[in-house]
Design a protein around this ligand. Structure first.
Ligand code: PEP
Length: 252
């Protein structure tokens, strides 16, 4: 039985003060009880240190939204995986469609980042997903397969325990259009089978596959009822404590 995993991607939202308030509200809402799933939040880089302080006695884990694939050096504006480790991150989101679309990240770049993050002992939330045009052209599986193969090139079977895949159809991110549970389940099953053929049945069986794309309190339960949907990567709704909490509670 896979333990579900819900992660909040705060994107470029909230000042440090606003991040502290949001994280504090979430800590208060969750209380001292162990949540029914693994929970992580990914504030902006500058808020990581403060948010870590807020969540340190809670079960909430700290995640980053991106990193560079080099350790250090002349890469103005970038942050390395070792810096994220030092600030207390356990997860790094990589390959988000906004990174691919606006910052030109290719599967090769994402693969370098995956390797670097794993080498630091951190875990990866690897985002994959097709655009509307690709879905309508009938190439969803082809696109997702290329993204999974490309990002995981050279990743060993034992390293796979530190990888979560987030299936995020680009047409569903921030648009209010959620994939139906059946549409999402079909791609999740495809990804699990692909991992089975690239690694082994046991790696495939253990792999957590989150769904992302306009997940809300009101639609989470039906998504989580699908056998291959192991949680969610949540954007907009993770900025609202009650919505995010409802998503967490929907994993029961
Ligand atoms: C995301 O950014 O990963 C995401 C799924 O966003 P939203 O929930 O807002 O669609």
């Amino acid at each position: 039985m896979r333990k579900k995993f819900v992660a909040g991607n705060w994107k470029m939202n909230k000042t440090i003060a606003g991040s502290i308030t949001l994280a504090s509200e979430l800590v208060r809402k969750i209380g001292s009880h162990e949540p029914p799933c693994t929970v992580a939040i990914a504030p902006t880089f500058i808020a990581l240190d403060s948010v870590r302080e807020v969540i340190k006695k809670s079960p909430i884990k700290l995640a980053a939204q991106n990193c560079h694939f080099e350790d250090d050096g002349a890469f103005t504006g970038e942050i390395s995986a070792s810096m994220l480790k030092a600030v207390g991150c356990e997860y790094v989101i990589l390959g988000h469609s906004e990174r691919r679309q606006y910052f030109g990240e290719t599967n090769e770049i994402i693969n370098k980042k995956v390797k670097k993050v794993l080498s630091e002992g951190l875990s990866v939330i690897l985002c994959v997903g097709e655009t509307l045009n690709e879905r309508e052209s009938g190439i969803t599986e082809k696109v997702v397969e290329a993204q999974v193969r490309g990002a995981l090139n050279g990743i060993s079977e034992s390293q796979m325990q530190h990888i979560t895949i987030a299936y995020e159809p680009v047409w569903a991110i921030g648009t209010g259009k959620t994939a139906t549970p059946e549409q999402a389940e079909a791609v999740h099953l495809f990804i699990r089978n692909l991992i089975g053929s690239l690694y082994s049945d046991s790696v495939a069986e253990r792999l957590l596959i989150q769904y992302g794309g306009s997940v809300k309190g009101s639609n989470a339960k039906e998504l989580f009822q699908m056998p291959n949907i192991d949680g969610a990567l949540v954007g907009g709704a993770s900025l609202k404590v009650d919505e995010f909490y409802q998503i967490i509670q929907s994993t029961i």
